[in-house]
Design a protein around this ligand. Structure first.
Ligand code: C5P
Length: 231
């Protein structure tokens, strides 16, 4: 099978619009991300429908709990047959190791990645939590910890990709949201990068929502972004 670099974020409140959009796309050209809103509304039934149509799924539930609870949640998520799942790196070493072990012991292990720092948090926000390190240092520290614990990669801002690629090597997956083609609206994103620049900086996969989901022709938008990446 091909290894599409684009993960389309299905940010919808229910199954009907999510399936309608999926039917306008192709599993050869993208994977799909199902997050907390959609999964809470629809449960695993929607995942089965999307997978039956040939799509690989990133189940973006960002688990963050004590090691045992996180491991059991990862085991349950792995049992759904999805391609990728995630946890918060801030859960710490014991939680990350427990999650990794649970995934490794599953019948069909998904890729397991960690969220480093939420990109919605700035320096002031993390200082308020009592953390005095810079956001860049913190992201690098959490990415390296995730790698040491055997995870397959991290979610990070495209701005951090080059630094993480340098320190974490070529095999570590860097999954980056905040992607905007030159002609697209920024919506509520501020620190954005074009698909081409993000791939050049070392992103493995690009999470893209509205530039595709709200396009007049979503398939054409997907084709255009894919050709920009290849270029
Ligand atoms: O529509 P847009 O391309 O902005 O969607 C980006 C997707 O990536 C959304 O699902 C959003 O929740 C997610 N995301 C993000 N920034 C992060 C982590 C996830 O935009 N730091």
């Amino acid at each position: 099978m091909s290894d599409p670099k684009i993960i389309v974020a299905l940010d919808y409140p229910g199954a009907v619009p999510a399936l309608a959009l999926a039917h306008r796309l192709s599993p050869e050209l993208c994977r799909l991300k199902v997050g907390k809103e959609l999964f809470t509304a629809t449960g695993p039934a929607l995942l089965e429908q999307l997978m039956r149509s040939g799509f690989e799924i990133f189940l973006d539930l960002k688990f963050h709990d004590i090691p045992n609870t996180t491991a059991q949640a990862c085991k349950a998520a792995a049992g759904l047959g999805v391609w990728m799942i995630n946890v918060h790196a801030l859960g710490g070493r014991k939680m990350l190791e427990a999650a990794q072990l649970a995934v490794a012991n599953s019948v069909k292990p998904p890729k397991l990645i960690a969220v480093t720092l939420l990109t919605s948090m700035n320096q002031e926000d993390i200082n308020e939590l009592g953390i005095q390190t810079s956001t860049g240092e913190m992201v690098l520290r959490l990415a390296k910890l995730s790698q040491e614990c055997g995870l397959d990669g991290v979610v990070c801002s495209a701005m951090e990709t080059a630094l993480l690629r340098k320190h974490c090597g070529n095999k570590f997956a860097l999954v980056t949201p905040g992607i905007r083609p030159l002609e697209a609206s920024l919506d509520d994103q501020s620190r954005v990068m074009t698909p081409e620049a993000a791939i050049k900086a070392g992103s493995s996969y690009l999470v893209i929502g509205r530039p595709i989901t709200r396009a007049v022709d979503p398939m054409q938008a997907l084709l255009d972004i894919n050709s920009q990446i290849r270029g």
